[in-house]
Each structure stands twice: as structure tokens, then as C-alpha cells.
Design a protein around this ligand. Structure first.
Ligand code: AMP
Ligand code: MG
Length: 302
């Protein structure tokens, strides 16, 4: 659906507000503590794809606008065992991405992390969270869904799982659109190959080159919902990953110092709030899922 009227826009934003409320309520009921976001840091998520760096001159030192809370989450777990955060991310994606309708240059991620958790543990959290949010929106936003002519089904758990290798054999690479279009409910993709992911996703000690990570895909062609997995937390293994991926270490010096001091074993994920809103509201484009959207490459925003 394309948003044309203020009442449609109001319905979308009301649904988004209920998404945020119900997600927080669900996570708190499971023992998570909300932390508030970091905006600037000397170190942030390298990401696997190209984005322009949003550097800020911080007393003469280049600090970056946050692309995700990944490293700060690991450090925060020293203090709190289960955390979540609604974190603004600035990712200046290449302008060609605008046409896909699912990228913003500024968006919000619900980022969470759990000390000593396995991938299976965190996938169960993801399933519970998505079901809780969809149920809450269906119950509290019936009027808004009617305005948007949208019906949403609450999926049953566990969600379907497919390995990266099986999906690639079936659809070729990349397969996001082809897979998402064929799904009838949300489904997991697990076991990504090392070569296409970030160095902090944990490599399976029993299956080198295969990561203990996952994405959740929405049905109906809405594409990727979240990414996450178990994390590397041992200094020697992180150095090994940086070496094998030929990643210059200077950029990650402050992070490596913190890992040397010790970060706990963990697993977690980040789910994009605008993408979730787009899916639930059935919107054509992600820009319609927030106020003041910044489309990649468009410098006319406010
Ligand atoms: P990532 O760890 O990079 O996969 O980011 C986590 C989640 O944030 C993704 O699964 C998306 O839901 C969301 N996300 C990532 N990049 C963007 C973007 N440029 N615009 C909107 N949402 C995004
Ligand atoms: Mg991802």
C-alpha cells in the first residue's frame, strides 16, 4: 500500500508505537533490561557491505556515527546479562539501494544480546518477540489495520529453518527476494558462509567457514527482518578472523583492547523497526514507515 492521507500515516505511526511498546514489554517480562543508545564512538560495526562513514570531529579525533551497537552490547554484558536497546543507526547506503524500498540512511534497530546464550536460545527469543508484537498489534490496532486494509497472521513457533547452502542451491545467490516471496510465514536462514559476513559472527568450531548465525526473513517479498548469531569473544579467534578477512586492525584498536580485558560469550540480534513496521502495515516502501525518512542518496530530507 502507498500512504496518501494523514489518517493512513497516523495509522502507520500508531502501529509503530505499539510495536515499540509491546517489544519492550515482552523483553522486560523475559528479564531483559533496556539500555539507552550510544550515538558516537571511535569504533562501530564494519558491516559487510559498503556504506559511507559518518565521521564526526570529536576534539580532533574522528569518531563515527553508530552503524550498530554490536561491540557496545558485548561490553555491556559484563554488567547486565540480558540487554536490549532501541538504537538509531546511521548507514549511508549507496544511492542505488534506494530503489529496493527497504533501505534508509537513518533507521532504528531493536538490538538485543544475552550472556552465555546459544544461537538456539536467541532464535527462541526472536520467535517469542515477533509473535508477541504481531499479537499485540492485532489486538490493539485493529482499527489502524482496517484503515490500511491489512490483515496479518500470527505465525506459530518454531518458525521454518533453512540453511544458507540449501537456499543458495534452490534460488542462487543472492536469494533474499526469491526466498521471501515464496514464504507463507517468517522463516530462518542459518549457517552463513564466513566470506559474506562480519568478523564478529562466531565460526562453528566443528565446521570451519560456517557461522553460527542467522537471518529472519519476512514472507510476501518483504525480505530480511533481522540478523544475529553467536559472537566471537576470544581475542585470539578475533585476531584470526581479522587476519583471514584481511581487515586492517587499526580501526578496531579500542574494541580489541576491551576484548583483551574480557567480554562474555553471547548471542544476540538486531531487528529493524522500520522494516518491521513496513511488513506489519503492508507498505510499498520503507520511507512510509517513519517520519523524516532519509532515502539513500537523497539530500533533500529534514
Ligand atoms: P544488520 O545487522 O546489518 O543485518 O542489521 C540488522 C537489521 O537492521 C536488518 O536485519 C534490518 O532489519 C535493519 N536494517 C539494516 N540496514 C538497514 C537500512 N539501511 N535501513 C533500514 N533497516 C535496516
Ligand atoms: Mg543483515
Amino acid at each position: 500500500m502507498r500512504i496518501r492521507t494523514e489518517s493512513e500515516r497516523r495509522a502507520v505511526l500508531t502501529i509503530k508505537s505499539e510495536i515499540v511498546r509491546s517489544a519492550g514489554e515482552y523483553l522486560r517480562s523475559k528479564g531483559f533490561v533496556e539500555i539507552l543508545p550510544v550515538l558516537l564512538s571511535p569504533v562501530t560495526d564494519p558491516l559487510h557491505h559498503e556504506t559511507y562513514d559518518g565521521a564526526v570531529d570529536f576534539y580532533g579525533v574522528p569518531y563515527q556515527l553508530m552503524k550498530s551497537m554490536i561491540f557496545h552490547k558485548q561490553i555491556a554484558l559484563r554488567t547486565l546479562p540480558k540487554i536490549f536497546c532501541f538504537a538509531p543507526n546511521v548507514r549511508m547506503e549507496p544511492a542505488e539501494r534506494a530503489s529496493a524500498g527497504r533501505y534508509l540512511a537513518e533507521f532504528v534497530q531493536l538490538d538485543l544480546e544475552v550472556r552465555d546464550a546459544s544461537r538456539d536460545d536467541i532464535m527462541a527469543v526472536g520467535e517469542g518477540l515477533v509473535v508477541a508484537i504481531l499479537s499485540a498489534v492485532r489486538e490493539s490496532c485493529a482499527e489502524e489495520l482496517t484503515v490500511l486494509e491489512r490483515e496479518i497472521a500470527v505465525p506459530s513457533v518454531p518458525f521454518e529453518r533453512v540453511s544458507y547452502a540449501d537456499a543458495a542451491a534452490r534460488f542462487g545467490e543472492p536469494f533474499d527476494d526469491a526466498l521471501s516471496t515464496t514464504l507463507v510465514g517468517p522463516a530462518w536462514v542459518v549457517d552463513f558462509p564466513r566470506r559474506i559476513r562480519e568478523f564478529y559472527d562466531r565460526e562453528d568450531p566443528e565446521r570451519p567457514e560456517v557461522l553460527l548465525d542467522m537471518d529472519l526473513m519476512y514472507p510476501e517479498g518483504y525480505g530480511e527482518a533481522l540478523s544475529g548469531g553467536e559472537r566471537e569473544y576470544e581475542l585470539a579467534r578475533i585476531h584470526d578472523r581479522l587476519d583471514r578477512d584481511s581487515i586492517p586492525k587499526a580501526k578496531f584498536e579500542r574494541y580489541l583492547e576491551e576484548v583483551e580485558r574480557g567480554v562474555p560469550r553471547s548471542a544476540g540480534f538486531g531487528i529493524g523497526i522500520e522494516r518491521l513496521t513496513r511488513y506489519i502495515a503492508g507498505l510499498d516502501r520503507i520511507e512510509e514507515a517513519r517520519l523524516f525518512p532519509k532515502t539513500p542518496g537523497d539530500t533533500n530530507a529534514i
